[in-house]
Each structure stands twice: as C-alpha cells, then as structure tokens.
Design a protein around this ligand. Structure first.
Ligand code: ANZ
Ligand code: ZN
Length: 863
C-alpha cells in the first residue's frame, strides 16, 4: 500500500476499472428488490456547476448504498437537450445549436465520469435526438386522437426580442426572463394539452404523496387551486343573452350590484355595440391588451374599468346591474365574469367607490351594524344574513348551501367547482425543439401527420436568423409536405415545436428501456422499474416539471402504456450551494480567483483595493461567487469534493462553501489512509471478528461496541433521513477512537477486532468516497469491488453499553447498589449514588462531608 494518499492516481485507476468491468450496468432480470434512484437530468449548458455536483453526489450515495443493501438499482443519466439557450449561444458564437449541444454533452459527460458517479451510461438519453423525440411525436398523435391535445387561439406572453411565447413564470415583473425586455400580449393559435381533465385527480393524490416534502405538495395544491362555489346566470336586459358567473360566495347574491366582464370576454364588444360607450370600451380593451398578465396578477394594482352601456338583472333581487368591463376580471378563470358585491369583496369595494356604484350589505357582523356610507373597507367575515329575502337571519356559511340549492331548484344556477390550473400550452415558436407532428392543408385544415412519417425530423443544419426567430417556417424542405388525408402536395408542416417540459415529462420512463424501437418504452421494463423510488432535484421544479410529469404518467397509464400513475414515490429537494460575494469598489463583483489573500486583508487583483465582502448568496455567474468544480477536482480530487458536499450540510439545507471545509475533508481522508497503513500488517492476514462482545475485554470490547454503534448510526442516518453529515461525523469519531488506543493489550482477538473496525470504516465510507474506499479495500486484500460487498450489519446486543455494578456505602456501611453504564464518569456515578433511596434514608438531614468514588466499584458517602 502506498505511503501517501494520492487521489489523482487512485481516481483515474478506479474509473477505468469500473468502466471496463461494467460495474454500473443493470438489467431488469427479475430480482426481488428493485430501486430506481433518479436525479433531475441537466440542461447541457456547457459545464457542470456546484449545484449539479451536490445534487448528483447525494444521488450517487443513495444509489451505492441501496446497491450494497441488496437492491437492483437503476441509476441513469441523460440530457435535457432542447431549449432556447442553445439557439442563443449558437447565434452569439456563430455555431449551430446541435453542434453546441453535442459538444457540451461530451464535455459534461466527462466531468460526471470524473466525479465517479455510478451511472449506467448505456442508458444515456439525449432528448434532442430523433430516437427520443420520435416517441414524443407519436404520443402527441395519440393524445390528439383522444382529444388530450388540441389547438385554440389564446393570449400569450410574447417577447418581441426573443420572438417567442413565454410561460407566465418566464415573465418577471412584466419583463422577459431571458433578455429583460418588455413582454406584451399577443393572440396566437396554440397547441394545448388538456391537463385540466386531471385537475381533480392530481389534487386528490397530493395528499397521498407521503414521501414528498410538504411544502412541495402544498405548492402543487395551490397551483391546481380548487374553489368550490356556484355558477349563476344573470340575464342581460333587453337582449337574448345571459352572463354566467362563477362565485364562491353565492351567499352574497342579494348584494350583487354590478357586473364585471374580463376585457377579452366575447360579450363585451357585443353588449357595447351601438351604445355611446362603444368607443370607450374599444379603447379600454386595446389598453389592457398591452398590459402583461403578470402585472394583472399582482396584488394592489389600480382597479379600473368602463361601463359597457348594457345592464343585466340580478336573478334573486330583480335589481338592474350595470355591466362593466374591468381589468381585474380574468378571462382565464371561472367564466370570465364576476358578480360584484362591493360590501363584501375588497376589489369590488374599491371599484364601487371609484365609480360611485351602490353598496348593499347582506352579511351583518356579529358585534355591530354596517353602514354603506361609512364603511372604509369591505367586510369579508362571517355573520348573519340581511337584505336577503327568505334567507335573512341565518348564518351566511349555512346560507352558502341553501342558496346554491335554491338556485338549482329555480334553474338559475348550480353548484360547481373551479380550478386555477390552466391547460398546458406547449407550442413554442422556436427552432430547437421537437416539431409538433401536424400538417396544415388548404382543403382539409389541420391534419395529423401519418404515423409512418414519424419522426418528423428537425433539420439539424438550419441557418439561424439574427433576431432569434425560428427559421423553420422559411425552410421549404421542412415545411413542404403532402397532406396525409387528401394527398395535396402544397400542405405545410406545423412549425411550432414543443415546450421542453414535454421531454422532461417522460424521460424517467424512457430510461427503463432507452433503446426500445417499438414504442416509448418496453412495458415489462417500465412496469418493473417504475415508479421512481427516490427523485432528487432542485425545488425550483416543485411545480411545473413535477406536475407535468404526474400528468403525463396518468396519460400514459390511460393509454395502457404503464401501470403506475404517480411517477415519484419519494422526492428530495436539495438546498442551494452558496458562497459569500466579494466586490471591489472599482471593479464590482470579483471571481474568487480575482481576489488576493494577504495577511491582514483581501485585495482586488486588478487594482489592489481592499475588497468588500458581501452576503452569502446562491452561487451564480452574475454575482461571480462561483467555484468551478474543475478546480476542486484538480486540487483535491473527486472524493474530497463529494465528501465536502455531503459533510457541510444535510441535503435539504443550503450549503455554504468553505475552503477550510474542503481542506478538512481532505485531511480526514489522509487520516483514514494513515490509519489503514498503520494497521495493515496486523490485520492483513485475518478475518473480521464476529463473535459475542462478551468474549472481549477492555479496549477491544469498547472498540467492537463502538464499531457496531457506528454502523447502526450511519445506516439510520442514511436510510431514514439522508443525513450524510451526521453519518460522516460518526465515522470520524470511530477513527478517532482507534487513534486514541495506542496500547491495546495483545489478545488473540485483537487483529480480528481491528480488522472489523477498519473494514466497517471502509464500507461505510464507500458510497461517499468510492475511489478512496476501493483502493483501501484492495489494500486490505479484497479482489472484488467494495460496491459488491454487502452493507455492514450491526449486532443489536453489541449496541448496548456494558453496565457495571456500583455499591453505595454510607460511612463505610453497605446501604444500596445500582447498575450504571460502564461509560459513566465519576460525576455521573456520584450523582446516581446521592439519589439512591436507601442512602438518602440513612443520610437523613445530616451534612454530607465527603463523597468518595472508587472506580467501577463503590461510592462511599461520609456524613
Ligand atoms: C362574488 C363574491 C362576493 C366573491 C364576495 C368573492 C367575495 P377564488 O376563491 O380564488 O376561487 N371571480 C370569479 N371569476 C373571476 C374572474 N374570472 N376574474 C376575477 N375574479 C373572479 O375566487 C372566487 C371569487 O373570485 C368569486 O367569488 C368571484 O368573486 C371572483 F364577497 O363572487 B366572488
Ligand atoms: Zn388535405
């Protein structure tokens, strides 16, 4: 065994070795216990960052640990390879998205291998390859056939500069998340997936995802946003029209004094046509259409609207209600119309005050009376019904159901629910994505592509347009096609591509049979592996990616392609990797390598100014507080990097970068290395001791017990909580104990007990620092990989600390006895003796002069 720990040599040795022996390959040949461990696959942006390193290290430890526990572990990796950054980078660097993407993938794959992750690389998936997206297109056709995919005209957030539709969450305070420019509203024909069909089911199962963090299921529930209420129809005066509204407060119908329609509501133009309000209404609609929806979604923006010139009738009071169009009424929610009850809804109240509309109180608070003229705000609380005809006098909560039933009886409305969740708009006017397999024919309209024509290949060599606009519609050889229905040869292919969230909604199922050529996946394989037992990734995907994946798995189940419907049994959302920011008064934020460490201070390498150390924040290129994993790999190696990521914080917490932490990790590994080196001659030719603890004495017994305790602690920490940091601490403690025992008495069991301790240390550390452990495992004589060894088990009886019998004397006379752990120190023994009931009796209220403790034997209390 080498004197010195040399990570560079060891790590490349074992990586080659693992590769050659195919150690990480798995198959589904029925083995009892399967375990599917998955980390969110990366976007191939160029190189991996510390966030990836942390995420994948956590996953790798679990994968290796489960494997040693006897599970058949699927642990795959791939690339979420479509998406806008590839196009932007291609324009900026004058390359092609395909070339850029594949190059990045090659580089990042090397980096991941360099980290020693135990992926089955035979299962690698790259979503921009036709072998992958052809099945997505095939699925699209099936969904179209079933009505799960449809086309509708709708308003979208549109960025002129990126020439693309943005999802609501890609709009930050009215600006494009990528380029920072103003977003506007544009009406476009778009493709949608009918996720709302599954709203109820997705919501219901949120409560059954016991292995998910509660904050994530809560976010999903809020996103789905179910409201229970009623739909009520308001007839329009002098017209053959009704306005249906959705309300959760049907108890307040008697207080509805005006109506508000969303500016996009089709009745707005119809009602105002020919009235003197027509011009105002059209102007208002135009103005609102330029506002982006994220502004509208904000609380506290100014409520405004205009009268449409029309009136409707309150079906319960007969009151004439002016019909307005207002910016706070959203077309996408409920029916796009709001019955406004200013006395009991704050928005309606503000609106009524602004435009001088009537306020009628219908719920009276328990303690006081309300006066519409004096109210400063709406009353949204509970109370007694007033001004509400036959419902007067009852509690308004009770009235909810009664009024709903009454409306149903009268045929004016019915109980209903509304969801906040919208159908999933998947059309992107982008080039670097999977083409939507539809055809536009001048005779037949929209026709699905023929299944035989799939994959509809994305041309990988299209020239990009400067503005970033998709080139697809300009490529005749892509767009020109025959109509699959009537054969006309001047039909055109759809040029929209799919949202990249579509690829990531089923990749985990594809991993189960990545080379399958007859469908999305082989059913036997997918039913063997799915669901994913443990999924690990960033909390930023708590809503969309996870919800879309849950939805897709349901669609696939309903198509008979897979058995399970919840794809992820357990979910871990890891914390961020953070570091302090450092800036120079003249040069702004500095990269760590731009800061010079001097004895007393740190200075800017550009100008010599003393730097300012800022807050600890998530590592980001813009703040320059990043550590390049390559640097760590070069300086310390993969094992130290992994050890640091796991030791610095439990996985779900944020991790603060610290150079000392990394160095500490390195020193610990060196210490373990030396330990094995020191003992190797003694333990080299023996087997680990495996007997009863009673066969041992003194330090050996202590060490044996400690080793079992460490195995138990590490196993529990990993198994139940993924608390690798405390697991590592426990191993460190064990290492310290061995170091502290320099003079272990020679007993026949000595080599075996020490061997047992050393082997356990290597095994327990092996998922965390695999190369290091392989090397030591080999050094102590093993010929096969440490990964193929079973995880160590502990003896229950060895966990309990030994006890000793202590005799209690008062003035030298035996007065009592007790058992106490052999770990107990003199103070603990003394305390226990002084609380001994019998002793207390004999002491009475006499003064205690002295307490003498005789090690491991007796306590004498002198009074
Ligand atoms: C009358 C009423 C009286 C309401 C009252 C509230 C309080 P949640 O709980 O979020 O589902 N609403 C309905 N459709 C709307 C739309 N398209 N745009 C904006 N607002 C809309 O909210 C349900 C309430 O939101 C409904 O109940 C309706 O106002 C409003 F004292 O009806 B309510
Ligand atoms: Zn046709």
């Amino acid at each position: 065994m080498e004197e010195k720990y040399n990570p560079e040599v060891i790590e490349s040795k074992w990586q080659t070795n693992w590769d050659k022996s195919g150690l990480f390959k798995v198959s589904e040949y029925p083995r009892e216990k399967k375990y599917y461990l998955l980390e969110m696959f990366p976007y191939p942006s160029g190189k991996i960052h510390m966030g990836h390193v942390r995420n994948y290290t956590i996953g790798d430890v679990v994968a290796r640990y489960k494997r040693m526990q006897g599970f058949n572990v699927l642990h795959p990796m791939g690339w979420d390879a479509f998406g806008m950054p590839a196009e932007n980078a291609a324009i900026a660097n004058k390359t092609h998205p395909a070339a850029w993407t594949y190059e990045n993938i090659d580089y990042m794959r090397k980096q991941l291998k360099r980290m020693g992750f135990s992926y089955d690389w035979d299962r690698e998936i790259t979503t921009c390859k036709p072998e992958y997206y052809r099945w997505e297109q095939w699925l699209f056709l099936k969904m179209y056939e079933k009505g799960d995919a449809y086309r509708k005209e709708s308003f979208v957030n549109w960025c002129d500069s990126c020439q693309t539709v943005l999802a609501n969450e890609q709009v930050e305070a009215g600006m494009c998340w990528r380029c920072g420019k103003q977003v506007r509203q544009k009406k476009l024909w778009q493709w949608f997936f009918r996720i709302t069909d599954y709203a109820e089911d997705l919501l219901l199962h949120c409560d059954m995802l016991a292995g998910w963090p509660e904050k994530v299921t809560l976010m999903q529930k809020n996103w789905i946003g179910k409201s229970t209420g009623a739909q009520i129809r308001f007839p329009v005066e002098n017209m053959d029209e009704v306005i249906p509204v959705f309300t959760t407060r049907q108890d307040t119908v008697f207080g509805a004094t005006f109506m508000c329609l969303a500016p996009e509501h089709p009745l707005v133009i119809k009602l105002s046509k020919g009235t003197d309000q027509e011009k105002n209404v059209l102007e208002f609609i135009e103005k609102i259409s330029l506002q982006d929806r994220s502004v509208k979604a904000m609380e506290g923006y100014e409520k405004e609207g205009v009268f449409t010139g029309a009136w409707c009738i309150n079906p319960l009071t007969g009151r004439r209600m002016p019909v307005y169009t207002a910016n706070f009424a959203l077309m996408e929610y409920g029916t796009g119309a709001v019955m406004s009850v200013p006395a009991h809804d704050q928005r309606d109240f503000d609106f009524a005050k602004k435009y001088g509309l009537d306020i009628v109180i219908v719920v009276k608070p328990p303690e006081c009376d309300l006066d519409p003229a004096l109210m400063a705000e709406a009353y949204a609380g509970e109370g007694t019904m007033v001004n509400s005809g036959q419902f007067n006098g009852i509690n308004n909560k009770k009235a909810l159901d009664e009024i709903a039933s009454f409306l149903e009886q009268k045929g004016i409305g019915e109980k209903t629910v509304s969801f906040r969740l919208r159908d999933w708009g998947i059309s992107r006017q982008r080039y670097w994505g999977a083409p939507i397999p539809m055809v536009h024919c001048k005779s037949c309209g929209i026709v699905p592509a023929d299944e035989k024509d799939i994959p509809i290949l994305l041309p990988e060599d299209a020239g990009l347009l400067e503005g970033g606009q998709s080139p697809l519609s300009f490529l005749d050889y892509f767009t020109k096609t025959k109509c699959p229905k009537c054969g006309r040869d001047d039909a055109a292919r759809e040029t929209d591509t799919m949202d990249t969230f579509v690829e990531s909604s089923w990749y985990f199922e594809r991993y189960c049979s990545p080379d399958y050529t007859k469908g999305l996946f082989d059913k036997t394989a997918v039913d063997y592996w799915m669901p994913v037992d443990q999924y690990i990734g960033g909390v930023e995907h708590a809503i969309l990616h996870l919800l879309y994946s849950r939805y897709f798995t349901r669609v696939l189940k309903d198509l008979g392609l897979v058995e399970c419907k919840e794809p992820f049994t357990r979910l871990l959302t890891q914390g961020m990797v953070c570091k302090e920011t450092v800036s120079c008064p003249d040069h702004g934020y500095l990269f760590p390598q731009e800061v010079i460490e001097e004895t007393e201070k740190r200075t800017c390498s550009k100008c010599g100014h003393e730097v300012v150390v800022g807050r600890v924040e998530k590592m980001s290129k813009s703040k320059k507080n990043v550590i390049d994993p390559n640097l760590l790999l070069e300086r310390y190696g993969a094992d130290t990097t992994r050890l640091f990521c796991l030791f610095a914080a439990p996985p779900e917490r944020d991790l603060e970068w610290s150079e000392q932490g990394v160095e500490g990790g390195y020193r610990f590994l060196t210490r373990v290395w030396r330990l094995v080196n020191t003992w190797i001659d003694v333990i080299g030719n023996t087997v680990p001791f495996d007997g009863e603890p009673e066969l041992l004495e003194g330090d050996l017994r202590e060490l044996y017990r400690k080793t079992h305790q460490t195995i138990s602690k590490v196993t529990n920490d990993i198994e139940n909580r993924f608390h690798f940091n405390t697991a590592i601490s426990a191993v460190m403690e064990l290492v310290n104990i061995i170091y502290a025992m320099d003079n272990i008495e020679d007993a026949p069991e000595k080599p075996g007990v020490i061997r047992f301790a050393v082997e356990s240390i290597i095994l327990l550390l092996s998922p965390i620092v695999p190369h290091f452990s392989e090397e030591l495992w080999e050094a102590i004589g093993y010929k096969t990989s440490v990964l193929l060894s079973p995880w160590p088990v502990y003896r229950k009886e060895a966990l309990v600390n030994d006890e000793m019998l202590i005799v209690v004397q008062v003035n030298g006379k035996l007065r009592g006895k007790f058992n106490i752990s052999s770990d107990a120190n003199d103070d603990a023994i003394k305390e226990r003796a002084l609380s001994d009931e019998n002793a207390i009796k004999f002491i009475g209220n006499k003064q205690i002069k002295k307490v003498i403790v005789v090690k491991k034997k007796l306590v004498n209390i002198v009074i």
